[in-house]
Design a protein around this ligand. Structure first.
Ligand SMILES: NC(=O)c1ccc[n+]([C@@H]2O[C@H](COP(=O)([O-])OP(=O)(O)OC[C@H]3O[C@@H](n4cnc5c(N)ncnc54)[C@H](O)[C@@H]3O)[C@@H](O)[C@H]2O)c1
Length: 591
């Protein structure tokens, strides 16, 4: 996995020539490998047979979706594994969720996500899907999307389920929805298959036989290369400057239809997109277009909104040759990315971010997601865009509060990976707040994108949950959901950075002077460093939530000096005294 970074971008002139084409801010290249395992075993549900347990590893908690005659056998097997300490627990969903043929998308997936959340499933825990065809498709989709991917093992003990389980490809649901899991495992229980009754006789619920032979394992994988650029462009809609280079055209296949979903922060923003696409249509460059304005509110990133977009894509008959265009801030990009991810099993799309957070974070990565079950981004996945086109002219209308939020994300990446960028932000952040198109403002943008892309390229699908770009987000996400002040994403991340950095001081990992430097910068930028939720009890009480999202350990990102990040990997380091210190220090520093 590599990321290429065009160094000239940091040195480009403050005012680029009009003829100058797009400048490459960075490019993300990664291999997307999706393993697919099939295991055939006799006595799969015999308590002494650890084959299934191994396939579920490292999961400690399970969401069980099972229906049919052999469910009691499965539950006895799981009870035995809990008694032996191999599992911490499982939750078997009620029958109606294991046979959800009548439920449309996304209701059943949402219900399963809620069940998984209340069952305390952490990342790296798993769904166990057993004998519940046709509900299995919804369960597999829910697993693929819960916390952006939760492993699922599908146990087949019935001949009727065998063919659909082995058919491969995306999991298809009604309503043009398709999901390709990041990993799939099918475990075939030979005892069950052998005991499958003829269609008329009542099925026998035979006790499982003892395992007599090792399981047969078949491994396959699908592979594709992901490769997309983040380009700095001028005049993305080709409306402002006579004779300027058309930067969108290379991304629109001839005769494609284009469906733009646009952040309706102003009428002008929507009109610009419409005019640009209409002109292309009149010139027969594209064969049709649609523009869907979306007013961004606190509830915009929802499953219902994603379903609404999918229905519109479907009504427009969009196919892989057509293009979805996401134009807006992080909220809109996440929403459209999620809809594109599940529309017909992933449909190509482009991003045109319109906020600073979009330029340096939400627009350039692979992650997409919407909120559900009371949690931020609990439903989503990884769906790289074809390209991300960054046009700094959008900053002209962006309110100061949103620029500050973008600066929070720039400070985040600087604090944990790039000390030079941190110095630069300290010196020149006012250029961005003043909307001044200076070399320093552009260098802040370019270095922030480069730092973020480097981190993403090393871990594009979050195979490791020790992620430096999560700095400030562990507590930030919780504050975003729970604080009575309803902070913006960047404001919540700012408080989250202050919390984590103070934790670093209280655990002896950071010099107090460096903490003060960070807090001073955040406050100079106009970002908050405290929130009413930052009481010692609340901060300590959120640890299980943080651990659930990080696979069972906090992996709390801290900086050990400005520009160098590290992790707190064990809750043992986070004593009540640490949180007492954090609560007191933040309250003082916010005065
Ligand atoms: N997927 C990711 O990797 C990722 C990374 C960071 C943030 N996010 C998500 O992004 C969201 C926050 O995004 P954001 O900070 O960009 O805010 P936002 O998208 O919520 O936009 C903030 C406000 O600015 C308005 N706006 C957008 N562009 C404008 C412009 N050019 N001029 C005037 N107003 C404009 C919007 O309509 C909205 O009212 C959060 O939901 C967060 O979870 C996702």
């Amino acid at each position: 996995m590599t990321v290429t970074y065009d160094q000239s971008v940091t040195d480009f002139p403050a005012t680029p020539e009009r003829e100058r084409g797009p400048s490459l801010l960075g490019r993300l290249t990664a291999e997307d490998i999706r393993p697919c395992r099939t295991i055939v075993s006799a006595g799969l549900l015999h308590p002494d047979n650890l084959t299934l347990l191994r396939e579920l590893s490292p999961a400690k908690r399970l969401l069980v979706i099972s229906a049919g005659m052999r469910k009691p056998q499965l539950l006895r097997y799981l009870d035995a594994q809990c008694d032996r300490g191999h599992l911490d627990g499982y939750y078997a969903v009620p029958e109606h969720l294991a046979s959800p043929d009548a439920y449309p998308f996304p209701d059943v997936v949402d219900s399963l996500a809620r069940a998984a959340r209340s069952a305390g499933l952490a990342r790296r825990d798993a769904f166990l899907i057993h004998d519940c065809h046709p509900a299995a498709a919804a369960a597999l989709a829910a697993a693929a999307l819960f916390r952006r991917h939760t492993p699922a093992v599908r146990v087949v003990t019935d001949l009727a389920c065998l063919r659909p389980a082995l058919s491969g490809g995306p999991v298809r649901l009604r309503g043009a929805v398709g999901v390709t899991p990041r990993q799939s495992t099918v475990a075939i229980d030979l005892d069950g298959i052998a005991a499958t009754p003829p269609p008329v006789a009542p099925p026998r619920a035979d006790p499982p036989g003892r395992p007599t032979a090792p399981p047969v394992v078949r491994e396959q994988a699908s592979r594709r290369t992901i490769d997309y650029p983040v380009e700095l462009v001028r005049d993305v809609w080709g409306l402002r400057e006579e004779g300027s280079r058309d930067v969108l055209a290379p991304w629109l296949p001839e005769r494609a239809r284009v469906f733009a979903v646009v952040d309706a922060y102003s009428r002008q923003a929507v009109d610009d997109v419409t005019r640009s696409l209409r002109t292309r249509w009149e010139h027969r460059e594209i064969s049709g277009f649609g523009v869907r304005p979306v007013t961004v509110t606190a509830g915009t990133k929802s499953l219902a909104a994603a379903r609404d977009l999918i229905t519109r894509f479907d009504s427009a008959g969009l196919g892989p040759h057509d293009r979805i265009l996401a134009v807006g801030g992080g909220t809109l990009l996440d929403l459209v990315g999620t809809a594109a991810l599940v529309y017909r099993g992933a449909t190509p799309y482009m991003r045109v971010p319109t906020t600073l957070v979009g330029f340096i974070d939400a627009g350039i990565g692979l992650k997409v997601g919407v909120d559900t079950a009371g949690g931020k981004n609990l439903f989503g996945g990884y769906h790289p865009p074809l390209a991300c086109l960054v046009d700094t002219a959008f900053l002209d209308t962006l309110p100061d509060a949103e620029i500050r939020c973008g600066l929070a994300e720039a400070i985040k990446i600087a604090a944990v990976v790039d000390g030079e960028l941190f110095d630069l932000i300290e010196r020149s952040f006012t250029d961005l707040l003043d909307h001044a198109d200076t070399l320093d403002a552009r260098r802040i943008l370019a270095l922030s994108v480069a730092g973020m892309l480097r981190e993403l390229a090393a871990n594009p699908f979050e195979d490791t949950l020790r992620r430096l770009p999560d700095f400030g987000h562990e507590y930030g996400h919780l504050l975003e959901s729970h604080s009575p002040l309803r902070p913006r994403h960047g404001e919540a991340v700012s408080v989250g950075m202050a919390v984590s950095t103070r934790i670093a001081v209280a655990t002896g990992r950071l010099d107090p002077g460096e903490y003060r430097r960070l807090v001073t910068l955040l406050r100079r930028v106009g970002l908050p460093v405290h929130d009413p939720c930052c009481t010692p009890a609340r901060l300590a009480g959120w640890l299980p939530d943080i651990c659930a999202h990080k696979g069972g350990s906090p992996h709390l990102v801290i900086c050990t000096s400005m520009g160098t990040g590290d992790f707190i990997d064990s809750v043992d380091e986070l004593s009540p005294a640490v949180f007492t210190d954090v609560g007191r220090a933040l309250a003082e520093d916010s005065r």
